[in-house]
Design a protein around this ligand. Structure first.
Ligand SMILES: O=C(O)CCC(=O)C(=O)O
Ligand SMILES: [Fe+2]
Length: 479
């Protein structure tokens, strides 16, 4: 492999006698660190004492400040404190800092004696050889068990196991890498407080592990490692693979069966109007809640929308053509005519939600090969609209026509694929009841193979729903 010919700088891992040298180096480092600790401790006790003094004076002062300042010695003391002693105090802090920094500088100087990354490669390779020869597993090594010779005090740490996992990825032993990450995660759960000073957390392990699973096309397993942290921690390259493979390639041609415990019925309850004109409704998921309505937008409405449209290419910012969406769109306000008002009223009936503060309708038209790649409908956290209107709680997506081939809307984490059917609409919740974003709502519009696809979307925002939506305590549950 690519490391086989690299000669480690210090060759610390090459023999045990070289390792003795390293022990001396670590001794020196420890001594330096304990000097640093002593200085910090002394400083801490001085700072604490001064603060205590200051607070005591203030209590005395506030109890009866007239009497206090009636005494000229007290007045003098206050003036002196703030004019002269405060300056001395500042001088002390910066001088003591200089002394502390000497220890840090010394630690930096000692870096030349430390093992380098090629030493680490060599040591990792040593462990790997050992495992191969004696059939040892990460679980065994993790607890300090070398072929039955067990020394708990030599158990590896979570960070050690993680590093060995990363090494295994480099030497293309993916299954072994997973076993190391597994051991790392278990050890991390047992004892994570020691990692506060390092840039190492559960997310570090999950990110590497998840990226490895994506590389091996194990998308569902990978998803377990991302959860709330989304995919933003992994490299763009791996994210692209994930999105393309999972969304466009795998799921756009997959035929999902709808779960059979769900059912079709007439919705006559979300609003009083539905008692006399119920809507045909097909439940397709309960978590997140998702239903398809049939015959819910009418021929004349569809014609009006298409007659009044003036499509623009979807842009990012001012001028950049989006690569996320290859479509054209046009916004429609609810006040742009009777048709829009009627549709909005119907959405109120379908969802039971308030349309105050919701964004405009968006009419979208895809051409051949037109897609909307994997995305969430909820905002990115910094989105200013989120503060204005609240998060996008519900999406309603009307299909204004059939598409001859493909062009379905796919939710890979729910195994749901919806084929556009003229007059139908799909509605789903983007948030958990707690208000947290629901990661399983990630979806895409598959490329249109033959035909053209028209959809009308309405994103309903959270802010004015306070007295409408149920308030349930399920935060931290992200199934
Ligand atoms: O066109 C589709 O099938 C999906 C559209 C969509 O996801 C969106 O507009 O947010
Ligand atoms: Fe969407």
């Amino acid at each position: 492999n690519e490391f086989a010919n690299t000669v480690p700088d210090k060759a610390y891992a090459a023999s045990t006698s070289r390792l003795m040298k390293l022990l001396e180096v670590e001794d020196e480092l420890a001594e330096n660190l304990s000097g640093y600790v002593e200085k910090l401790k002394r400083k801490l006790s001085i700072v604490e004492k001064s603060l205590c003094n200051l607070k005591a004076k203030h209590i005395q002062m506030k109890m009866d400040y007239e009497t206090y300042f009636g005494n000229p010695l007290n007045s003098f003391s206050l003036i002196y404190r703030l004019s002269s002693s405060w300056k001395m105090w500042l001088k002390y802090t910066s001088e003591s800092q200089k002394e502390e920094l000497e220890h840090i500088d010394e630690a930096h100087r000692m870096r030349t004696q430390l093992p380098t990354s090629s030493d680490l490669q060599m040591a990792s390779r040593g462990i790997d050889e050992l495992m191969a020869y004696y059939k040892l597993t990460p679980e065994e090594l993790g607890v300090g068990n070398l072929s039955g010779y067990t020394r708990p005090e030599t158990a590896l740490s979570s960070l050690d196991c993680y590093a060995l996992g990363e090494f295994c990825i480099q030497i293309r032993k993916d299954a072994l890498a997973e076993a190391w990450f597994n051991a790392s995660l278990r050890l991390f759960k047992e004892n994570n407080s020691v990692y506060n000073v390092y840039d190492f957390s559960r997310t570090t392990i999950d990110t590497s592990w998840g990226a490895l699973l994506i590389k091996n096309n194990q998308y569902d397993a990978a998803f377990n490692h991302f959860g709330q942290s989304s995919l933003s921690n992994i490299s763009r390259e791996v994210q692209n693979q994930f999105e393309e493979d999972l969304g466009a390639k795998r799921n756009c041609s997959a035929k999902f069966r709808l779960p059979n415990h769900l059912h079709c019925r007439y919705n006559s309850s979300t609003s009083p109007f539905l008692h006399i004109a119920p809507l045909k409704m097909e439940e397709i998921s309960t978590d997140p809640y998702m239903v398809v309505y049939h015959d819910v937008i009418y021929e004349n409405e569809i014609n009006w929308l298409l007659d009044n449209s003036d499509f623009r290419t979807s842009l990012v910012g001012e001028s950049q053509i989006s690569t996320l969406r290859t479509s054209q769109d046009m916004p429609f306000g609810a006040n742009s005519g009777e048709v829009m008002r009627n549709i909005e009223k119907r959405i109120k009936d379908m969802t039971g939600l308030s349309m105050d503060l919701s964004e405009d309708f968006m009419l979208i038209n895809y051409g051949i090969g037109g897609t909307y790649k994997m995305h969430y409908d909820f905002y990115v956290y910094s989105e200013p609209l989120r503060f204005l209107r609240g998060e996008r709680i519900v999406t309603v997506l009307f299909y204004l026509g059939d598409v001859e081939l493909s062009g379905s809307t796919v939710f890979p984490f729910l195994n749901i694929s919806i084929t556009p059917k003229k007059g139908s609409a799909v509605m789903w919740y983007n948030l958990h009841n707690s208000g947290d974003v629901h990661q399983k709502t990630q979806h895409c519009a598959c490329p249109v193979v033959v035909g053209s696809k028209y959809v009308l979307t309405k994103w309903i925002n959270e802010l004015h729903q306070t007295f409408i939506t149920p308030c349930m305590k399920d935060s931290n549950i992200h199934s």
